[in-house]
Write a protein that binds this ligand. Structure first.
Ligand SMILES: *Cc1c(COP(=O)(O)O)cnc(C)c1O
Length: 380
């Protein structure tokens, strides 16, 4: 008998593992918050597909959000194909000449990272609303890998590099400087943007505040956000866009895995049928210790285990966790907040099978199962 106390929902004990399971009701809860922000502030919110591209639920998301944003051709095409009639925005640090024509088929808003790219490629974008990404040089966080305002950043045009003549005919300004942040850092960033680029904001039709807003997290200052957006759009006469990824699916999915074996070597080590390196790469890249349902920190509960993977990489360790009862083979574990930056980043290193993708409605529904052909198909 598997330990039911380790499952937030009994349905998660029944399907095959590993599996990413989207919680439809949690997604809807987030979407309602984002719809409310749009209705009360007049802004438009786009899904940043970089964080989450489970297109099976795009029809549902499209009931609440205004469209999608893409990091390049493939995401733009996916948004165009799967999101219904919504806006398709795209930003990439650099576009290839042979991509931009296709991008222009799918996207309606195209944002450039430099005036050189704009100059070179704007001729291919007839009829599109063009934007330029700026760098307000206003750091509000300490993680350089997530800070586009860090020194020597390649992302966005600084005020010193702003080409006023080339800006002629451009509709919008885009900035993206936040990552998992509250309202205060946004307010500080907007202040820097207005102070440095105010003159250009007056010429815009739209301004995109990027992503990284933790709007759906408990405690986010939504009223502050609403009044900032209203003031800003009135002052400059612009449409404000937000393009969160994480906030759309925050706490809206699990990665369900199974204990395959317990190894004793100084400590107790559980080998799972999943992998940090393959199925939740941010655990090793950020790095962070993912939340796990009904578990504690090491030593907090009676039985402590190192949760590890079944790849050959020694460092493929998810983290140390404690439990009320000993783990045993066949137990299911539910890693939490696993909808974002997981499916879009996974890989088949070590020949690892990819997790199923499923959705929990009133019951569990399998959306997609992968196989050997997905492993072989990206090699030759
Ligand atoms: C990553 C990214 C987003 C989404 O960021 P989240 O942290 O997932 O909200 C939005 N816009 C741009 C340009 C990005 O690079």
């Amino acid at each position: 008998m598997m330990n039911q106390r380790l499952l937030p929902r009994t349905e998660l004990g029944e399907m095959m593992t590993p599996a990413y399971v989207l919680d439809e009701s949690a997604l809807r809860r987030n979407l309602k918050i984002l719809l409310d922000v749009q209705q009360r502030s007049g802004c438009k919110i786009l899904l940043a597909q970089k964080a989450f591209s489970m297109f099976a639920v795009y029809p549902m998301i499209s009931e609440y959000l205004a469209g999608t944003t893409a990091s390049g051709l493939y995401e733009a095409r996916l948004g165009h194909e799967e999101f219904g009639a919504g806006d398709v925005h795209v930003f990439s640090p650099a576009y290839k000449e042979n991509e931009i024509c296709d991008i222009a088929k799918y996207a309606d808003h195209i944002v450039f990272n430099s005036f050189a790219q704009l100059r070179k490629l704007r001729g291919y974008c007839k009829g599109k609303s063009l934007g330029i990404r700026i760098n307000p040089e206003c750091s509000t966080q300490d993680e350089p890998i997530y800070d586009p305002c860090a020194p020597d950043s390649r992302l966005g045009v600084t005020l010193a590099n702003f080409d006023e003549a080339e800006f002629e005919g451009v509709d919008g300004i885009h900035f993206h400087t936040l990552c998992e942040q509250g309202f205060e850092p946004l307010a500080k960033t907007v202040e820097a943007v207005e102070q440095k680029f105010g003159k250009y904001l007056h010429k815009c039709k739209w301004v995109n505040f990027g992503g990284g807003h933790h709007i759906t997290k408990t405690g986010y200052d939504i009223e502050g956000l609403l009044s900032l957006i209203k003031r800003f759009s009135e002052k400059y006469g612009v449409q404000v866009y937000l393009e969160p990824g994480e906030a759309v699916v925050l706490n809206a999915g699990w990665l369900v895995a199974e204990v395959m074996e317990i190894v004793h070597n100084g400590i107790e080590i559980a080998i799972l049928d999943t992998s940090a390196a393959c199925h939740m790469p941010d655990v090793l890249e950020m790095p962070y210790r993912p939340p796990l349902f009904n578990s504690g920190h090491p030593g907090e509960k009676r039985y402590t285990y190192r949760l590890s993977s079944r790849t050959c990489l020694a460092g493929d360790i998810i983290g140390d966790y404690s439990f009320d009862e000993p783990l045993k083979e066949g137990d299911r574990l539910c890693f939490e907040d696993m909808a974002l930056y997981t499916m879009v980043k996974n890989n088949t290193f070590n020949g690892m099978p990819l997790p199923d993708i499923g959705i929990l409605r009133s019951s569990y529904e399998l959306v997609k199962r992968f196989g050997y052909e997905d492993f072989k198909g990206r090699l030759s």
